[in-house]
Design a protein around this ligand. Structure first.
Ligand SMILES: Cc1ncc(COP(=O)(O)O)c(C=O)c1O
Length: 390
């Protein structure tokens, strides 16, 4: 593949880009500038929840662009209000929502809600889990309990403590603790679902002490695991949950939702672009599509078939894989080791299949939720071919 004629001299080199230049896509199939097709098991890292060129989403975005893109939060915004109402309804809670533009921004809002809630009791500390990932802003980085992300960027704000697991989190609760924050399925850390019983007992412990459970559902939420929130699958009711990635179907949007009534007040928080007409319209239509997909049973069928093919692949190549992890369409094939992980990911790309890494030994699969059974079949054939070549 010819490298793109874009001069990297003008970009900060923070990303390791594969030399593939995509031009367009159709559902879960992408086409590069030379017209080669790729099957997408990555969704732009869990973002393209309704696939590429979704006719309903692209029509809504075009329609909104022809009216108003942005008006600021100084005026009423019907899309934003309707989206907040939809998020509350789908979450089965009385939540109020603040909109930002990214996952990290959603989490920053969650930290502020928790700190304000704890202020009167002198509580501000948030406990997070080892191998978590909560974003790249300074506070979200500090909440991310992986030392490798912290190098170069200190000093960090106080008020974050790390627990090895949920039992340890329960033990760490002290007089300064205000919240425990978890990903229901840890994404970047390795696609690791939390233990249900332990999470339920931690949630009860927190509730009994009037402390908060924050679920970062930025990667695992918005139907990625089969329900609107992954916490709904666990039967857990968070006090605060955060969303981003798949929410706008590719248009940037983040949301922090809380069941604490008026948790933030006038002047406490703001975001210039947050929840603008374009992003909230895109999210409204994306949620409409996904709610329908879930209600029709199509999402469930896709999840079953995708899971079957994951298991079959790991069984067919026992020298490369040791198993499958994850929930719904948030899956990882566990590679034998880091070298196998890298070789499989490279070979998949050579066979025109997009996959992601997670943790030190996992091949993460986050296909669009609208992926067809044919696209899944074709993707796994390419993965089989990639594995046979190793
Ligand atoms: C669980 C989780 N939280 C937060 C983030 C940060 O989101 P963003 O990159 O949109 O700031 C991510 C991104 O990968 C994530 O997976």
């Amino acid at each position: 593949m010819k490298p793109q004629p874009i001069n990297e001299q003008y970009l900060l080199p923070t990303y390791a880009r594969r030399q593939i230049a995509f031009e367009r896509g159709q559902n879960a199939t992408l086409f590069d500038e030379a017209g080669n097709d790729y099957i997408d098991f990555a969704s732009g890292i869990g973002v393209n929840s309704v696939g590429y060129a979704n006719p309903r989403l692209s029509a809504a975005v075009a329609d909104q662009a022809a009216k108003i893109l942005h008006i600021s939060n100084l005026y009423l915004n019907r899309n934003q209000a309707e989206l907040a109402q939809t998020i509350a309804r789908l979450s089965g809670s009385d939540a109020q929502v603040f909109f930002g533009n990214s996952g990290a921004e959603a989490n920053e809002c969650a930290f502020k809600i928790a700190r304000k809630y704890g202020e009167k009791r002198g509580r501000y500390e948030i406990i997070t889990l080892r191998n978590s990932f909560h974003g790249r802003t300074i506070a979200a980085l500090k909440a991310t309990a992986q030392d490798k992300f912290h190098e170069h960027f200190g000093p960090f704000p106080d008020g974050f403590t790390y627990a090895d697991d949920l039992d340890h989190a329960a033990k760490l609760i002290g007089k300064r603790t205000i919240a425990v924050m978890v990903e229901i399925v840890q994404g970047e850390g390795g696609v690791t679902p939390l233990d249900k019983d332990r999470l339920l007992s931690l949630a009860k412990l927190l509730r009994d002490q009037d402390l908060l459970l924050i679920t970062d559902e930025i990667q695992c939420g918005v139907y990625r695991c089969g329900e609107f929130l992954a916490s709904q699958i666990y039967g857990v009711k968070p006090d605060i949950f955060t969303l981003a990635k798949g929410l706008g179907g590719g248009v940037p949007i983040g949301a922090a939702a809380t069941t604490i009534k008026n948790a933030l007040g006038f002047g406490d928080h703001a975001s210039t672009f947050g929840g603008n007409f374009l992003a909230t319209k895109a999210a409204l239509v994306t949620l409409e599509i996904l709610e329908g997909l879930r209600a029709s049973g199509a999402l469930g069928r896709t999840i079953d078939y995708f899971g079957d093919r994951c298991r079959a692949t790991t069984l067919n190549f026992p020298t490369l894989f040791t198993g499958v992890t994850g929930i719904g369409l948030m899956k990882a094939l566990v590679a034998k080791d880091g070298a196998a992980q890298k070789a499989i990911i490279d070979a998949a790309h050579e066979n025109r299949l997009l996959v992601l890494r997670a943790g030190e030994d996992r091949v993460r699969l986050l296909p669009p939720l609208t992926i067809s059974l044919e696209e899944i079949g074709e993707g796994f054939e390419r993965l089989d071919r990639a594995c046979r070549s190793l």
